[in-house]
Design a binder for this molecule. Sequence first.
Ligand SMILES: *Cc1c(COP(=O)(O)O)cnc(C)c1O
Length: 339
Amino acid sequence: MSRAELRIGIRSLEGNIKSLYRFSQKPIIAVLKANAYGVGALQVALLMDKLEEISALAVACVEEGIDLRKVGVRKKILVLGGVLKGEEKAFVEYNLTPVVSHKEHLKALAGLNIPIQIKYDTGMGRLGFLEEVIKDDRVEGILSHLSSPLDEEYSKLQIERFVKILNHYRGLKYVHMESSAGVVYRIPFTTHIRVGLALYGEKPMPNYLVSLTPALELRAKILSVKTLPAGFSVSYSRTYITEKSTRVGVVAFGYADGLMKSLSNKAYLFYKGKPVKIIGNITMDMTMVDLTNTDAQVGDWIEIVGQNQSFTDLAKLAGTIPYELMTNLSSRIRRELCL
Ligand SMILES: *Cc1c(COP(=O)(O)O)cnc(C)c1O
């Protein structure tokens, strides 16, 4: 029934997880913050909850953790964004594991008997202690985050700083630092990898060493097809004028759905594997494409992301990153798990 859907391929998702696991030889902490990067956290989390390669899930804030527990997720849930005063009771009630990155977080957790993990800032310049060793029996793990995983020299510096901190701890169950792109460093002393983007088959760098298959397909239906004569303008502000008689399709997907306006007159969508150019300005709910030389009809699907183009490809054209493109996908897109 829906006009726009994001299809999540279960087989591909599972294949990517196995592939990441095989490559790193480490269990995975699946990062599902921001509604699993827009993919749909509840559906993805319930799937991940059953996979043995996944040892925990990670979210940004306590509310996201609560939502996962409420739908029945049983695995460990890490809350990356720490814990502020007033939130601590929810961590106990919903069995969430706080990532502590400030003395104030520790204060909020005073007297509560739950496991905690400590975050170190080895060069990200965001959350984390610089080098302070936290002497607390509740500490079950430490973590850090690479700021520029494509920069080998800087990443190695961060890894060196992290191992120095690790040497002050004993008997930790969790030591983790590698994100999707960071996996290629195969850090010898970490126990887990902590990945988000790569789960979906989006490659974090051009020659990524882990083999992935695209797990996401984003598509929308054609609302109208009509032939416009030469010299006719298409969409707001008349940024496109037909040069010849043109078969123009209107796709039920606009910038409010997450297709950035900056892709107007620039990107291609796909009809049955064939590229069809976006013409004129993308509007709030609709996008026009040139369907000349196709037999596309009203009600047919147009692929926005899938086998022919990834979120990473489209993001590059829009001058952004796949994370931003994906987290902008609107709630009116139907998310569906498929085989
Ligand atoms: C988002 C995030 C990740 C996952 O990064 P990907 O590039 O999607 O694998 C890992 N760790 C932290 C702290 C994050 O914020």
